[in-house]
Design a protein around this ligand. Structure first.
Ligand code: FAD
Length: 223
């Protein structure tokens, strides 16, 4: 089923990422971690639906998406920051591979934080973040999406790493088998991975190498 949403607000989170707040259709529901195909309702863009993840709380009165733009090509993510309040997008039925299956270690790169933002916000709202840990990697500290909010989630243990330049409060490191080995005490726990396909593939094999079981590693593929 297609639903039309009206843009209420857009705010910049990092140099290339915005949070978009839309109206929520009556009776619309989704599971934290799930995505939808979203198409801008402008001439020439209606047929170009792309997958994006809901980041608002499931019972909020609005729908939010956090979207990274790729201005190096004229795609949907480059067009989205030009939307003005009052313009519309169409969304399809929610879908997704990631959802909350219990406390665990959430490992994200870049815009791959979005399903975890939804899941961790929902857990925070019901004070269920005990036993949850976030490992979030980006190129630079300025690229970290919602750094302050994620650092302040009560009960969540967070590690922020950057690969390209050192900065206060973040570790300059590449997340690989060696880095994970020093930090993951219990490989029998649950793991959630999201980010570019190469990142997901590398972290999944590093975790399996360290002894994690394949069925305890949950991933969203095809970013
Ligand atoms: C289930 C799912 C959920 C997602 N949720 C989110 C989310 O919540 N937030 C978010 O920011 N992203 C999310 N993504 C990723 C998002 O869907 C893509 O970034 C988006 O589809 C890109 O659309 P586009 O029209 O801008 O790029 P397209 O033109 O469709 O290009 C697709 C990809 O090809 C590459 N590419 C194509 N042309 C070029 C070029 N000339 N130069 C460089 N690279 C190029 C880019 O990597 C680009 O991401 C999600 C993906 C999936 C599968």
């Amino acid at each position: 089923m297609t639903d039309l949403l009206t843009l209420k607000d857009r705010r910049r989170l990092t140099p290339d990422t915005h949070a978009y707040t839309f109206t929520r259709p009556e009776g619309f529901s989704f599971t934290p971690g799930h995505a939808t195909e979203l198409a801008i309702q402008r001439e020439g863009w209606r047929e170009k639906g792309r997958p994006f993840t809901f980041t608002s709380l499931p019972d909020a009165d609005h729908l939010e998406f956090v979207i990274k733009s790729y201005p190096d090509h004229e795609g949907v993510t480059d067009q989205l920051p030009t939307l003005r309040a009052g313009e519309m997008v169409a969304i399809e039925a929610p879908f997704g591979a990631l959802s909350d299956r219990g406390p665990g270690t959430f490992i994200a790169a870049g815009a791959g934080i979005t399903p975890f933002l939804a899941i961790l916000r929902a857990r925070a709202a019901s004070r269920r973040l005990g036993g949850c840990r976030l490992i979030y990697t980006n190129k630079t500290a300025a690229d970290i999406i919602l750094h302050d909010e994620l650092s302040a989630l009560p009960g969540l243990t967070s590690h922020f790493t950057v690969t390209d330049e050192a900065a206060p409060g973040v570790e300059k490191a590449r997340i690989d088998r060696g880095w994970l080995k020093g930090r993951i005490e219990d490989v029998s726990g649950r793991f959630y991975l999201c980010g570019p396909q190469g990142f997901v593939d590398d972290i999944r094999s590093a975790l399996q190498d360290l002894g994690a079981s394949r069925d305890m590693i949950h991933t969203e593929e095809g970013w």
